[in-house]
Ligand binder design. Structure first.
Ligand code: SF4
Length: 467
C-alpha cells in the first residue's frame, strides 16, 4: 500500500475560509472547498494516497477529526491549512496532531499552508516546533519532492531538517501552471454553498493566483500573478461534471485579465457543452462586452468586484489604479444586460477618509446598482502596505492576535471614531439591503427553491448579526 498523506482543513466552531493566501470567517453560511488543499491533493496524489478531511465543514471537533485521521494507515504526513483569523486554534490543533502522529508515525511530517505562512514562514516555523514545513506555493511539485525526500529539487518551501531550518528559493513557473485533477470527490461537496449561489453541489476550481495590481490593502498583489492552462482547467471541469457538480466558484482574483486565455477557457466550456453555473472575482476595468457575453453563455451567474470607495483620492492613495470610475457603471450595466449578478465590495473608513467620504460611498453603493454589497472595515492584513503604513502612523498595534473582519475596527481612523465607523457599517447594510426595490428585485429573480433558501438564510443572518 502506498504511503498516505492526510490533508486537513482544521475544526473550528465558526466557518473559516483559509485559502488563497488569506483567511476570513464566513459572515453568513457561505463556504467553499479550500483551494490550496485541493491543489495539494492533486500534486501529492501523483505518488501518495491522499485523503482530504474538511473537519470545519463537517462540524467535527478535534477528537472526531483525529478519529477520522486514525482510520488511515501508513501515514507519511499531514498537510494542514491555517488562517490568521483563527491562528491560535489552528496551532493548538496541529500541536495535538503532532502528539497523535508521534505515537504511531514518529517520522511523519506536518506541513502547513496559508496566507500567514506565505508572509511569515521563517518566523512561524522557528516559533512552532510542531511545524516541519511551510508551503509557499500550492501549485508546484515542491511539496511532492519534500515528502518523497528529493531535497535537492525543492523550491517554494521552508523546512526543518536535523534541527536546522532550510530556506529555499521562491521560484514560480515562467507563465502559468497545470495541475493533475484534485480529489474533489473526497470532500462533502453537498455541504458547501455560496451566499448568492444558484446550485449545489458546489466546488472550487483554481484558474489563476496572485494579481498584477498592487492595491495597498490587499495581499494578492504581493503574490506574482500566474494563470492556469485553459485546457487543463477544462479537463478538471469535465471530471467535475462527471461526478455531478452543478456549481463552481472559479478561484481567481482577476478573472478575464489575460483576455485571450480566458476566451479559450470560455469557448472550451461552450464547445464541450459543459453545463454548470459559476461565479468568480474580477475587476470592473478588465471586462468588455465580448468577454461578459461569453462568460454569461458559459454559465457565469455572478461576479464579485472590488469597488472599494467613491472617493477618487482614496483610490489613488491606496493604489487601486482604476483609470476611470465610469468603468464601474458601464461594467455593472453589461452584467445586467447579460444576466450576471454583481457583488460590490466596499471598504469603509480607510485612513485619510472622513465621515462624509464614507457616507458618499454608502450612497454610491445603492446608486450604481450592484445586486449585492459587502461593506468591510480596513484590516491590517499581514503582507499589505496598508498594515505597514498604519503601523508606522500608530494606527494599529503590532500584535499576534487574530482578527476575523467581523469585529471592531482594527485600524484607527483619525477623523472617524471606532463607534462612528461601526455605526456607518451598520447603516450601509441597512441602506443597501432593507430597500423595498432591493427586496422586490431579488424575489423576482428567484428561479429555484435553492435560491429562495439561500436568500432567506442570508437575510436571516443579516438580521441576526445586524452588522
Ligand atoms: S484588490 Fe483586486 S485588483 Fe487590487 S491587488 Fe487585490 S486582487 Fe488585485
Amino acid at each position: 500500500m502506498n504511503k498516505q498523506i492526510i490533508i486537513i482543513n482544521p475544526p473550528n466552531n465558526k466557518i473559516v475560509l483559509r485559502d488563497f493566501y488569506s483567511s476570513t470567517i464566513s459572515k453568513g453560511k457561505y463556504n467553499w472547498p479550500n483551494t490550496d488543499l485541493l491543489s495539494i491533493s492533486a500534486i501529492l496524489g501523483q505518488d501518495f494516497e491522499t485523503q482530504l478531511i474538511d473537519a470545519n465543514t463537517m462540524g467535527y471537533n478535534i477528537e472526531e477529526t483525529f478519529s477520522e485521521v486514525l482510520k488511515h494507515n501508513n501515514i507519511a504526513g499531514a498537510v494542514v491549512a491555517v488562517g490568521k483569523s483563527v491562528l491560535k486554534e489552528d496551532y493548538d490543533f496541529i500541536e495535538k496532531l503532532r502528539i497523535l502522529l508521534n505515537n504511531k508515525y514518529p517520522s511523519s511530517k506536518i506541513s502547513v499552508v496559508g496566507g500567514i505562512i506565505y508572509h511569515n514562514a521563517l518566523n512561524e516555523i522557528q516559533k512552532n516546533k510542531f511545524i516541519d514545513a511551510c508551503i509557499l506555493n500550492f501549485t508546484t511539485n515542491d511539496i511532492l519532492n519534500y515528502y518523497l525526500g528529493n531535497f535537492k529539487d525543492i523550491n517554494n518551501i521552508i523546512y526543518r531538517q536535523n534541527d536546522e531550518i532550510v530556506e529555499t528559493e521562491l521560484k514560480l513557473p515562467e507563465w502559468g501552471f497545470k495541475l493533475p485533477i484534485p480529489k474533489h470527490e473526497q470532500l462533502p461537496l453537498g455541504k458547501y454553498q455560496l451566499s448568492h449561489g444558484k446550485n449545489r453541489p458546489l466546488t472550487s476550481v483554481i484558474t489563476s493566483y496572485g494579481c498584477p495590481h498592487k492595491c495597498s490593502f490587499c495581499v494578492s498583489g504581493r503574490i506574482k500573478y500566474r494563470y492556469r492552462d485553459p485546457q487543463n482547467i477544462i479537463d478538471e471541469i469535465k471530471y467535475l461534471i462527471s461526478i455531478g457538480i452543478k456549481e463552481i466558484t472559479f478561484r481567481d482574483n482577476i478573472f478575464g485579465f489575460h483576455k485571450q486565455k480566458y476566451m479559450e477557457l470560455l469557448n472550451g466550456i461552450i464547445e464541450n457543452n459543459l453545463k454548470f453555473s459559476w461565479v468568480s472575482d474580477s475587476r470592473v476595468d478588465i471586462l468588455d462586452e465580448e468577454l461578459i457575453m461569453l462568460m454569461s453563455k458559459a454559465g457565469c451567474h455572478a461576479l464579485h468586484f472590488g469597488i472599494e470607495t467613491n472617493n477618487e483620492d482614496t483610490l489613488n492613495t491606496y493604489n487601486k489604479n482604476l483609470k476611470d470610475q465610469d468603468y464601474v457603471k458601464s461594467t455593472l450595466e453589461l452584467c445586467r444586460k447579460y444576466k450576471i449578478q454583481s457583488v460590490g465590495y466596499f471598504i469603509l473608513g480607510l485612513p485619510g477618509e472622513k465621515y462624509e467620504d464614507v457616507n458618499r460611498t454608502i450612497n454610491y453603493s445603492v446608486k450604481i446598482g450592484c445586486d449585492y454589497a459587502s461593506f468591510n472595515l480596513p484590516l491590517p492584513i499581514i503582507g499589505t502596505d496598508l498594515r505597514e503604513s498604519s503601523m508606522k502612523e500608530g494606527l494599529v498595534k503590532e500584535t499576534d492576535g487574530s482578527y476575523d473582519g467581523s469585529s471592531e475596527p482594527l485600524i484607527k481612523n483619525k477623523d472617524i471614531s471606532s463607534i462612528e465607523l461601526i455605526n456607518l457599517q451598520k447603516k450601509a447594510y441597512r441602506k443597501f439591503y432593507f430597500r423595498l426595490s432591493f427586496i422586490i428585485d431579488k424575489i423576482k429573480k428567484i428561479r429555484t427553491f435553492f435560491q429562495l433558501k439561500m436568500l432567506l438564510s442570508e437575510g436571516y443572518y443579516l438580521l441576526l448579526n445586524r452588522r
